[in-house]
Design a protein around this ligand. Structure first.
Ligand code: SF4
Length: 320
């Protein structure tokens, strides 16, 4: 019997699948540890990162363990990589997660520690409880879902951050252990019609720099208002210590990409000025952020009137 949550479509009658998070039980595919979470914590939404959703809001971040990919530079391998993770999970109901968020003044529950596909039924249940409590919901995903799972995810989440590492199948095969990027490109198009999406691309020195303009064109064809986060990856796991990105050269490429997409961000290096939202019409500073040591940033201030630039009046696509 094949699992239908992601494009691996593992035959679970043959044993544990790629992610190890689903089992066959009485001819049904079930999560191994439903509604159990590795941790929860409170962050600013910009740290996820989401830059065009609930600016400055606190969110409750949670997740489980495991992943359907096997990135050789994974920064979370102690949780995401099956062979590396011996994390204990804790049972918390969706209602309790929502209440924890409310108690902390958070505005959303975000599933962000590991790949949401490997705990999709729990994420859907917790998202429903969050919505019933008046909260918004979001998640991070590598996008390697089936069309059916993509539809479930898009209907359950208010905002989704999709990781697009490259446009090349061989990059995905060599670095993520995934056969093809094509399902991810398909799902980005589908999700863009169902929820607010932002795309994140870690830049792994020479491997994907040359693709920046091609990716910008792809995103613009889907919707040129999609925010795109580039960040300097600090490789970990099997590529720990590699660090050869030329920031100056990368900024020149990002400047070119800005002609294609109005909302491009580039961070995770000291002094980045590429984490602010400027009005595409008049360049007025709309949202000021401070670059921190991760792919996200900290919110600093906002200067908008009813989602419009206060100087030229241009409407800015931001969920409030
Ligand atoms: S979600 Fe896990 S078990 Fe299901 S197809 Fe994907 S990798 Fe296999």
């Amino acid at each position: 019997m094949n699992c239908n949550y992601c494009e691996w479509r593992c035959d679970l009658s043959q044993g544990e699948g790629i992610c190890g998070r689903y089992i066959l039980s009485d001819c049904r595919i079930e999560e191994k540890e439903p509604m159990q979470w590795v941790s929860y914590y409170y962050y600013q939404i910009e740290e996820m990162p989401f830059f065009h959703a609930l600016p400055g809001a606190t969110v409750l971040q949670t997740g489980t363990k495991g992943c359907n990919a096997h990135c050789n530079y994974c920064v979370n391998s102690h949780i995401a990589i099956k062979e590396e993770s011996n994390q204990k999970l804790k049972a918390i109901t969706g209602q309790s997660l929502a209440q924890l968020a409310i108690n902390a003044g958070a505005h959303a529950v975000v599933f962000a520690i590991n790949e949401v596909t490997v705990f999709l039924p729990s994420a859907l249940e917790a998202a429903q409880a969050a919505h019933e409590a008046g909260l918004k919901t979001g998640c991070l995903t590598n996008g390697y879902l089936t069309e059916e799972s993509t539809s479930l995810l898009g209907n359950a989440m208010d905002f989704i951050n999709i990781s697009l590492k490259s446009l090349a199948d061989d990059f995905y095969q060599e670095n993520l252990g995934l056969p093809s990027v094509k399902p991810i490109l398909r799902n980005i198009k589908a999700l863009s019609k169902m929820a607010h999406i932002e795309i994140v691309t870690p830049i792994v020195h020479e491997i994907s720099c040359h693709e920046v303009l091609e990716i910008a064109h792809f995103i613009a064809e889907v919707d040129k208002n999609i925010p795109w986060h580039l960040f300097k990856l600090q490789p970990a796991y099997r590529r720990i210590g590699e660090n050869s990105l030329d920031i100056g050269a990368m900024i020149e490429i990002v400047e070119q990409a800005k002609q294609i997409l109005p909302y491009i961000y580039f961070g995770n290096f000291a002094g980045s000025k590429w984490v602010n939202t400027l009005c595409p019409g008049c360049r007025h500073m709309l949202i000021k952020r401070i670059c921190i040591g991760s792919c996200g940033s900290k919110f600093s201030s906002i200067d908008m009137v009813d989602n419009c630039c206060p100087l030229c009046g241009q409407q800015i696509p931001i969920i409030r």
